[in-house]
Design a protein around this ligand. Structure first.
Ligand SMILES: *[C@@H]1O[C@H](CO)[C@@H](O)[C@H](O)[C@H]1NC(C)=O
Ligand SMILES: *[C@@H]1O[C@H](CO)[C@@H](O)[C@H](O)[C@H]1NC(C)=O
Length: 475
């Protein structure tokens, strides 16, 4: 989000200011207590932004997610394919965990998605690339203004959500709904999942804009969510007898997977967000890619606990530590994280960028997930790539050492990673509104909320982080 390349980009010098005064003493409860309270607030705030029953989304189509209720400075009163899929992934998790009443809302989301797919827009029509259009009005009409388009991640994440939903409905015997609405093998198809999978499988080699809508190119986040969508999509296609498509999706998934190692920079020692840019390449989108490209399925392509992802976490945090005055203020509970160090989007226009709730919480989510994965694996192996990360918790950690589950070292490293993760949650806690609201950003100098208010994706990000903190990896 949300600033288009059509706005003038004024590259400001990235000056770090050190703040001598202390931060307000706002954080009065423990992280655990706040997470527990905020969970209910985040979930109800998420529902408020979903049409057409949501308080802030009455004029939106059923199943449409407004990015934020903010209609000016900035105007986020639109639906974005990616954000909506991120939000429905959270609701799918609630459905998996037993809230069966969400079936209606998930079906409304599928209906709205089919409508958007068939709405001709500046990226094209149904069969000519229009499925990669990132942004629509809340009534499903095409947005025809200038924008960073296409964006190839949204259809992939949407396919992942609806593929899991389809599998659950098939397990429950709702075959006719699945084969008529979600997946039929005809081509061109009327079914929403197959349309997304065909788009991803046929277009993934094309350039597109990144998840922040600014850079046109090849992105780690986009590739890894496309890879996952095609692996799971191939399984659904095969389950429904569409084996030709299943083979095609599997082949394309393997080709995407083969590209992922090119994002690793051995000279920089971290994963690059985008190939061939003038930026450092450090970006919280890479951490989001690790989480959403693996999920509860765990495909083992750069999972949270991989040395490359943990090295990227350390490099990203290091790049932000002195960038924002709130991070060096006395009493700061942790490091607030922004999208990427070169960012200039202040939430309304361009000046100096701020940390984001999504990025601060995602850093915690990756750490909680890594701790869980190490525990499941039964060991932590130090390599030259993750050594600097692990030395933060065990100063003598050196490449080649393995800490086995049950050992004192293993237990203390896992505890330290979880404690470290909580410092990022505590940072979000400190800057959340006292009524629990989460905007898009919070001020780099005083922590006050900035940018779009009640950002739906901020709530989604909080909820998946809270789940990871409780030891559950979101689907
Ligand atoms: C279950 O989903 C419904 C929406 O279908 C929502 O109103 C309700 O609050 C959810 N229940 C829980 C316990 O989250
Ligand atoms: C918190 O208060 C603000 C300002 O009144 C409001 O915009 C926001 O929706 C409130 N948040 C919640 C979760 O009720």
């Amino acid at each position: 989000m949300r600033f288009t390349i059509y706005q003038a980009i004024g590259l400001l010098s990235l000056v770090s200011v050190s703040l001598s005064r202390s931060l307000p003493e706002k954080r009065q409860t423990s992280v655990a207590a706040w997470v527990s309270t905020e969970q209910n607030i985040a979930l109800s705030s998420l529902f408020r932004n979903i049409g057409s029953s949501g308080e802030f989304a009455k004029s939106a189509d059923p199943g449409a997610v407004i990015a934020s209720p903010s209609t000016s400075s900035p105007d986020y009163y639109y639906q974005w394919t990616r954000d909506s899929a991120m939000v429905f992934k959270v609701l799918l998790n609630q459905y998996i965990n037993g809230n069966s009443s969400l079936e209606t809302m998930l079906k409304e989301y599928a209906t709205e998605s089919a409508k958007l797919q068939k709405t001709s827009n500046p990226s094209g029509s149904y069969t000519t690339g229009g499925i990669g259009e990132p942004k629509f009005y809340v009534n499903g009409a095409a947005f025809t203004g200038g924008w960073g388009r296409p964006q190839l991640d949204g259809p992939a994440i949407r396919a992942t959500v609806l593929t899991k939903f389809a599998n659950m409905l098939l397990d429950a015997g709702e075959t006719s709904y699945v084969t008529s609405t979600l997946y039929d093998s005809a081509f061109p198809t009327n079914s929403v999942i197959k349309a997304d999978l065909e788009y991803v499988a046929n277009y993934w080699t094309n350039s597109g804009f990144d998840l922040w809508e600014e850079v046109n190119g090849q992105h780690f986040f986009t590739y890894i969510v496309q890879y996952r969508a095609l692996v799971e999509g191939a399984e659904l296609a095969n389950r429904l007898g569409d084996t030709g498509a299943g083979t095609y999706y599997t082949t394309q998934a393997a080709a995407i997977k083969a590209k992922l190692p090119s994002f690793w920079s051995s000279s920089k020692g971290y994963l690059l967000a985008t190939l061939n840019t003038g930026r450092t390449g450090l970006d919280c989108g890479t951490l989001l890619g690790s989480l959403h490209g693996n999920g509860a399925r765990g495909f083992n392509v750069y999972p949270a606990s991989s040395p490359e992802v943990l090295a990227t976490v350390k490099a990203l945090v290091d790049s932000m530590k002195t960038l924002y005055a709130i991070n060096t203020a006395s009493g700061a509970p942790g490091v607030a994280i922004g999208r990427y160090p070169e960012d200039v989007y202040d939430g309304v226009g361009t000046s100096t960028a701020n940390p984001w709730f999504i990025c601060t919480l995602t850093t915690a989510e990756v750490l909680f997930t890594a701790a869980k994965e190490f525990t499941a694996a039964g060991s932590i192996t130090v390599t030259s790539v993750n050594q600097a990360f692990l030395q933060q918790f065990k100063s003598s950690a050196s490449s080649g050492t393995t800490y086995a589950a049950g050992s004192t070292d293993f237990t203390s490293i896992i505890a330290a990673i979880n404690t470290y993760a909580d410092t990022f949650v505590a940072t979000a806690q400190l800057h959340a509104a006292s009524n629990g609201s989460l905007s898009e950003q919070f001020s780099r100098t005083d922590g006050s909320q900035k940018g779009a208010r009640d950002l739906t994706w901020s709530y989604a990000s909080f909820l998946t982080t809270a789940a990871a903190r409780a030891g559950t990896i979101a689907f």
